[in-house]
Design a protein around this ligand. Sequence first.
Ligand SMILES: [Zn+2]
Length: 167
Amino acid sequence: MSNYCKCCYQELGENDLNCPRCGLTDLKIIGNDPEQEKALEPFIRSHRMGFLRKYELGVTCYYWKDQDGTIALDSKRTLTFGNAAELLEGTRWLDQEFARMPDDQEITVDLTVTENGGAGRDLQVRVTPPTEPQLQKLGLQLDKQLQLRLLVKNDKTTSTSTSVSLL
Ligand SMILES: [Zn+2]
């Protein structure tokens, strides 16, 4: 039977004493006592918080400008949601508000994960934003399984994107 890290869900080899990805000691539990497994939870949680701190999460935004009557790409910037530990099991919203795209289509959004300030890695999610003609806010959610989802909301509606694994 495969054995997975209880912190980051990496598959562990038979001889791994520590997870090769997050460093968690392979916590072997004797027997199958759910109470015992529960007792480990605070320890796993605090290890996970430390591990996730090195991942900075952002979204790539495109800025457009009016150029002689046509809309042209002006610049591309990454807006940050903070580090993954701050997001864990919750949602962070950007302060900025965004204009709604005129068509009610599913869009692809680039999320960026930066590890220890290194080169960013792009992850793509798809979302169909709310259709009301209002400004929208962007949020990012990280669940316990380390899956990311982008949220797009206005006063009435919140749309949730497809999920993508942080790691
Ligand atoms: Zn791990």
